[in-house]
Design a protein around this ligand. Sequence first.
Ligand code: ADP
Ligand code: TRP
Length: 328
Amino acid sequence: MKTMLSGIQPTGDLHLGNYLGAIKNWVRLLDEYYGYFFIVDYHAITIPYDVASMQPRILDAAVEYLASGLDPSKCIIYVQSHVPAHTELTWILNSVTPIMELERMTQYKDKAEQHKENINAGLFTYPTLMAADILLYHPDAVPVGEDQVQHLELTRVLARKFNARYGEYFKEPKTLMSEAKRILGLDGKRKMSKSLNNHIPLKATAEQTEKLLLGAVTDPDRKRRSDPGNPDVCNIYSLHKLFTPAAEYEECAKQCRCAGIGCVDCKKILAKHMNAALTPVRERITAYAAKKDFVIDVLRDGAKKANEVANKTLREVKSLMGLIADWQ
Ligand code: ADP
Ligand code: TRP
């Protein structure tokens, strides 16, 4: 069976962008691919974080993975730092990573801009760790949102550079993007992100979801209820397309253009459909959160299996590089 691999940082509540742009796609692909899904804690420490919240966040992410439909019989779920080979291969890949390539990364530039007081080397070599995360498991595909495409291109560059220097070994994985590859935040401008605080948490209640949607930015030129709106520039409309039946969202668009309905009505319709789609996931979040021992077992078992695959790769890599002695 083909394999896929992906991960999310435990930097806060998973949100609708993570769910629609990544996890929902992972679950859909499980029919075709065996999955490696991990919680990316080593990447999360490259920006300032609250130490006491790290472990609860890792467990929350595992709960949300399971609740979203990642079935542990079809994939393994583990924590990045529980597999030491990730950091060991990172060092090796650092030695074939051109600094100029890292300097081009837009996520690095954005994060360096956001955290001017803490531009650390980890933030800079973040994409090399990501390449190691991936190449250790030889996946056929990596399903991610649009913001990660550049990192995957770099992963392929590093695989080629390694192969050119030490012999054909790594396979170049392909990028798989979901239909919802870039969900905008409630500000209607930037991508929805935990760190930008413009998100709808996956585990928000129906009431919280409606409240967040009511505060979301719509067509900026529609200032009064009586102004006709333009759905094509409205983020609420793009979300409608992901949750509302076509006939109903087309009617919303028509009524928006002639000021037949206001933004509040339109948002309430969206909230209804969004909540109907997310309620089962939220119920499963509550159920898994109450089964902490089960979740920990899933992560333990995942780490055991991941270590087996990753250690084998690392040994082969070191052997190709002349790093294994015959007495070792
Ligand atoms: P965040 O940006 O909120 O910190 P991560 O960087 O951990 O989230 O992203 C985890 C996964 O979710 C990645 O595959 C990423 O591409 C996807 N993702 C994150 N935000 C969005 C978004 N707004 N739209 C689509 N996909 C997204
Ligand atoms: N950098 C990714 C993000 O911010 C998370 C990530 C780390 C990842 N390692 C990965 C995603 C390997 C896919 C594959 O979203």
